[in-house]
Each structure stands twice: as structure tokens, then as C-alpha cells.
Design a protein around this ligand. Structure first.
Ligand code: ASP
Length: 359
């Protein structure tokens, strides 16, 4: 695999718009690096969702698990997570393990040479000496981009997957959210034409930002952003929605919008990004989903959350069949396995094997 990013200087790359950048991240119709949501087309979302389903079904049988487990047994993945994580970290671990990959990890720079003053660039280049894939979570927006370019110029240009970068993007969470919506609306004509409502800290929630962008690849999807003014979604996202012709609404009326939604995507307040005096816990209290709200929710809509939750959804709601956040979490493992399998070009082999098992 040759990384198309290797052909451009850092300054020229920085000058490009997102769609031009996206072209330099793909190789033969698949992702070489995964940086941001804008690089996924509708076609890719359909392909990855279909592959996730094939993997999920294959993993139910011993033969299927054995086949999957040898697909990438010769490859190693490095999980470089310098920001707290439970779900994303573990679901990537599980996804790699499903495909038989060996994994290594650095989660605390205090126990790596960064403590001695090594730069992140040198750390990432070091990982690329030993591993074939780097999965990276960072508090710094833009770092994944920089590191992907740096590696592309090196003698071992291994792929990087963004597992959450700053307040900016969380593309693989958005993939699992799309996969959850695909599955939820499987018998209702798919995601096209649905109304998706985002609630909570939309200003700093990177999962909302990435998912909102992926939803623009579907036809006639309406997006409703419900938040107090100080936590409303950024203009940069709204500009992209307008450019894509997406119908959206900004609201602060949580109750009113609930009956209109086919999916409600709740989020927590991201206090880790607080600037002193910017927001308080109270400002979000009116935007929490309780059993009382279940009555307003239409019978075939779904309630989602990227987790962790901090009171935005009462645990009393968990028993309702429309609460799909636990399934959403597990979907992350399948779609991440599909993404990695596809990046390493074992997707066709997996699909062929699943057909022969099915015969
Ligand atoms: N787990 C998600 C993230 O890493 C959502 C959150 O932390 O609120 O962005």
C-alpha cells in the first residue's frame, strides 16, 4: 500500500479544503488513514455497515471466529491513547483481537519517553517501527493529521486511525453511530428521510460533530440541535450542513422536539474543556431524558448516547426497547473490525468466506 499523502508537502496539505484532503487519505477506494468524518462517502458507509454485519454474523460460529482470527494474525496494532478512554480503547482492542491482530499500548505519556522530553512526532515514528497500524486518541485537534503526514514521509508509512481528537472529531464513533442507525431503521427504509435530534453539549462534543457530518451523506435527513445557547453546535458544522443542503433546526426546547425525532442522540457536558465560568452543571439539567419523556417518544424511534453518561439519561430508561445505547456500544466493535479489515484488504476474503459458510 502506498500512502497518497506522501506526495504533498505539509504546507500544501494544510492549504487544502476538507474534500481535497480527503482524496489524499484514500487508496484504491479504501481509507489509508482515518482522520475525519468528511472522508467517508455514502458508498463507504454502506460497504462498512454491510461488512460489519458479515463479521458480526460470522463471529457467532466457531468456524467463523477461527477464520476471522487468522485474517490479520500477521499484523500488529498500537493503541496510543493519551486521553482517558474505556469504550473506544476496549472496542478497538476487541476489534483487533477478532481479526487476530497483536496489540500494544501506551496510555500514559508519563510512562513513555515523552516523560523524558521526547516529542510526539518521535513517539509516533517509534511506534511505526514496531507496528503496522496506529490507533490514536489525543486531546489535541489536528495532531492526527500532522502525525499521518509525518509518517507518510517516513520509510514506514503505516496507517493512523483517529480514535478521538480534541473537541474536533471522533470519526469511528460516528461510524458506529451510523451502523446503529442503519440497523435500527433496517425495516423502515434506512436512514434516508429520518429526523435526528442531538441534545446536550453540542459545542464541544466531537461525536456530535462527526456524526452530523456523516448524516449529510444521506437523503433528506433533518437534524435538530437542542442545547442551551452556550453549548450550541458550532457554525463551522452548520456551514457544512448548509453546503450539503441539509435541513437543520436550532432549538432550546427539549420536550417539544422529542416527538418529531426518529433518533435522539444525548450527550454529556464536556467539563474537561471548561474555561473558567463558561458553563455549569445546572445549565444542562433541563436537557436530561427521564422515564417521563418516554411517553413523548414515538414508538419506533431510538435513544442513543456515546457514553459516558452523567445523568443525561436516567438508568430507569435502560429497560425500554428504544434505548439502544448498549447495543450501540457493541456495534462499535463490529464496525471497527470492519474498518480495519477493509483498510488491510481482507474485506473481500471475509465476504467470500461468509458466503461459502452460508452455502
Ligand atoms: N466517549 C466520547 C468521546 O470520547 C463521548 C464523551 O466522552 O462524552 O468523545
Amino acid at each position: 500500500m502506498t500512502c497518497p499523502l506522501s506526495t504533498i508537502t505539509w504546507n500544501d496539505f494544510q492549504e487544502l479544503g476538507l474534500s481535497e484532503k480527503a482524496k489524499l487519505l484514500q487508496e484504491s477506494g479504501r481509507e489509508f488513514h482515518v482522520m475525519f468524518a468528511q472522508q467517508f462517502t455514502r458508498k463507504r458507509l454502506d460497504e462498512l455497515g454491510a461488512l460489519a454485519t458479515v463479521i458480526r454474523r460470522m463471529a457467532k460460529s466457531r468456524d467463523g471466529r477461527r477464520f476471522l482470527g487468522q485474517c490479520l494474525a500477521h499484523q500488529r496494532a498500537m493503541l496510543y491513547f493519551t486521553q482517558p478512554s474505556s469504550r473506544t480503547f476496549l472496542s478497538f482492542c476487541a476489534a483487533c483481537q477478532i481479526l487476530g491482530m497483536q496489540i500494544g499500548e501506551v496510555r500514559d505519556p508519563a510512562v513513555s519517553s515523552e516523560f523524558k522530553g521526547e516529542t510526539r512526532e518521535d513517539s509516533v515514528r517509534t511506534f511505526s517501527s514496531y507496528f503496522d497500524l496506529i490507533i490514536m486518541r489525543t486531546e489535541l485537534s489536528g495532531l492526527v493529521e500532522r502525525m499521518s503526514w509525518v509518517l507518510s514521509q517516513s520509510e514506514r508509512p503505516v496507517p493512523i486511525v483517529n480514535a478521538g481528537s480534541g473537541k474536533d472529531q471522533h470519526p469511528t464513533q460516528a461510524l458506529l453511530d451510523i451502523y446503529t442507525l442503519q440497523r435500527s431503521f433496517e425495516d423502515r427504509g434506512g436512514i434516508d428521510g429520518k429526523t435526528i435530534m442531538f441534545v446536550g453539549d453540542l459545542a464541544r462534543g466531537r461525536t456530535v460533530r462527526s456524526l452530523s457530518i456523516l448524516l449529510t451523506t444521506y437523503k433528506n435527513v433533518r437534524q435538530i440541535f437542542v442545547a442551551p445557547e452556550s453549548l450550541q453546535v458550532g457554525d463551522d458544522i452548520l456551514v457544512q450542513l448548509s453546503a450539503a443542503g441539509t435541513d437543520y433546526e436550532i432549538s432550546s426546547d427539549f420536550r417539544k422536539s422529542i416527538p418529531e425525532a426518529d433518533a435522539i442522540y444525548m450527550t454529556r457536558v464536556q467539563h474537561e474543556w471548561d474555561v473558567k465560568g463558561e458553563t455549569s452543571e445546572d445549565s444542562i439539567a433541563d436537557y436530561s431524558f427521564t422515564t417521563e419523556h418516554l411517553k413523548l417518544l414515538s414508538p419506533d424511534s431510538v435513544l442513543m448516547h456515546p457514553f459516558p453518561r452523567k445523568g443525561e439519561i436516567s438508568p430507569d430508561v435502560d429497560h425500554d426497547p428504544r434505548a439502544v445505547y448498549w447495543r450501540q456500544m457493541r456495534n462499535g466493535m463490529w464496525i471497527r473490525a470492519a474498518l480495519i479489515a477493509s483498510m488491510f484488504r481482507c474485506d473481500d476474503g471475509i465476504t467470500a468466506e461468509s458466503q461459502s459458510i452460508g452455502k
